[in-house]
Design a protein around this ligand. Structure first.
Ligand code: 5AD
Ligand code: SF4
Length: 463
């Protein structure tokens, strides 16, 4: 069959879609980027905000309605929304062929097979309470960058968040399995890995991940620092990232590991969520604004030039104009390189759903736009400081907007669009002279490698 996967949501969902794609290929199917010609269309869904669910439900509705033109086509849903709505998904999307939850991914080919043979809707969305969650370690070939799951589920009980109920309890993969997976990918061309976990710094907290006999060469004690150290030794790996962080996890040891291990990139996504201690407490985030400030200061002091990005929710229940102002102030103080601003969305079965959604949709929108505008100005100013400097870019391919140019990212995770030099290919690491900068993108010209022995061009390396 020709299959097409449409993905909503976070990097974990992107990773799941990639794993499912690889699994379907292994079972003899062919991917297509053109939805219209696919015999099997899968929507990988997100539940984090109501809007994300509405989008996925809308898309599934359209796909099912389009079956008139494609009577043989199979339409399926997978991911977080399937998990959350497992008892009502077929009522919400009449005509849907199958639904696979977050704990049953490896069974997807069987489910498709069953649908084809029996011509009846199938659901597999168990609650994943078995001992060792099933982890798909399979990847598609030929990528330069890759996501690797290291921690599944989440044990934090942030009052607004649907994730613990859809992704289950925390479970950390054994370090050896992760290392094996990365070694294999690096040997087939991957240059950068992003280690994924909803609260990635909790890696190895709930269950053992290192054998007793393993000793960290640097004497690290914490599981994530030890994992970064071990991944850093894999021959051929150039860049290591991990996401998402939490201020409580920014320990001296982890920050030291980030500073000392050459492959670990100088960027951290560290969700702030709010700048008001009262709201942070209601959110059950487990830190105060001052704790956050200290974590950011430690990172900045130990890792010069580190880029910090964040998530913020506006319009949380009872958020006053003063609370919001505190968020504006701390965002200006920390001066994030980039931030993702979300309007609070009440999710069923979360603690916050019990409280009145007091901030009107209009006010949420105003607060959202306000933070976005301030962030845009800040990001532009920060990025403009890079004009005239030379940055290291890992090229990933031609630019989406202008195929005659290429794009890649700096170690600080900034997108760079540049005039490609001769002989470039995905995975090439090159120096780019930055000439122009916007809030989201840097633009520049690739510098041809200096002939052996010649001095490199002078300039400040910001990343
Ligand atoms: N409403 C709005 N934003 C939310 N997020 C998580 N849950 C909600 C919610 N109920 C945001 C948080 C998180 C990001 C992935 O999504 O900022 O860090
Ligand atoms: Fe990712 Fe959370 Fe959305 Fe699931 S609900 S896809 S874990 S953001």
């Amino acid at each position: 069959m020709k299959f097409h996967i449409r993905t909503y949501g976070c990097q974990m969902n992107e990773r799941d879609s990639e794993a499912i794609g690889a699994l379907l290929i292994k079972h003899g199917n062919t991917p297509t980027p053109r939805e219209w010609e696919a015999d099997l269309v899968i929507v990988n869904t997100c539940s984090v905000r109501k809007k994300a669910e509405d989008k996925a439900l809308g898309k599934l509705g359209l796909l099912v309605a389009g079956k008139g033109d494609h009577p043989e086509r199979i339409v399926g849903a997978m991911g977080c929304m399937v998990q959350r709505l497992r008892n009502s998904i077929f009522e919400r999307v009449p005509g849907l062929d199958f639904a696979v939850g977050t704990h049953s991914l490896s069974n997807l080919p069987n489910v498709v097979d069953l649908v084809t043979r029996k011509n009846t809707p199938v659901i597999d969305a168990g609650d994943g309470k078995e001992e060792c969650p099933d982890v798909l370690s399979i990847h598609e070939q030929c990528a330069v960058t890759a996501f690797v799951n290291i921690l599944l589920g989440c044990d934090r009980r942030c009052s607004y968040c649907v994730v613990p109920s859809v992704r289950g309890q925390e479970w950390s993969r054994p370090a050896e399995h992760i290392l094996e997976e990365i070694r294999e990918m690096v040997s087939s061309g991957v240059r950068e890995v992003t280690l994924l976990g909803q609260s990635v710094m909790s890696y190895g907290r709930r269950n053992e991940v290192w054998p007793n006999a393993h000793a960290s060469p640097r004497g690290f004690k914490e599981p994530l620092a030890r994992l970064l150290e071990a991944v850093n030794t894999i021959q051929g790996i150039e860049r290591i990232r991990f996401t998402s962080g939490h201020p409580s996890g920014c320990t001296p040891e982890l920050v030291q590991a980030m500073a000392e291990l050459p492959a670990v990139c100088g960027h951290l996504h560290l969700p702030l969520q709010s700048g008001s201690d009262r709201i942070l407490k209601m959110m059950r985030r487990g830190y105060t604004v001052d704790d956050y400030r200290r974590a950011a200061a430690r990172l900045r002091k130990t890792i010069p030039g580190i880029a910090l990005t964040t998530d913020v929710i506006v319009g949380f229940p009872s958020e006053s104009a003063e609370d919001f102002d505190m968020t504006r102030k701390i965002m200006a103080e920390i001066s994030f390189d980039n931030s993702f601003i979300f309007k609070y969305s009440s999710r069923p079965n979360t603690a916050a759903a019990e409280w009145n959604d007091t901030v009107s949709p209009e006010e949420k929108l105003i607060r959202n736009k306000n933070l976005l505008a301030e962030q845009n100005k800040r990001s532009t100013a920060i990025n403009r400081e890079l004009i005239g400097t030379v940055v290291e870019v890992l090229a990933t391919g031609c630019s989406k907007r202008n195929p005659s140019r290429w794009s890649g990212r700096t170690r600080t995770n900034k997108i760079v669009v540049f005039e490609p030099p001769e002989g470039i290919r995905p995975g090439t690491t090159l120096k780019v002279d930055i000439e122009r900068a916007g809030a989201q993108t840097l633009y520049g010209i690739a510098i041809p490698p200096a002939p052996q022995g010649a001095p490199a061009k002078q300039g400040t390396e910001h990343d």
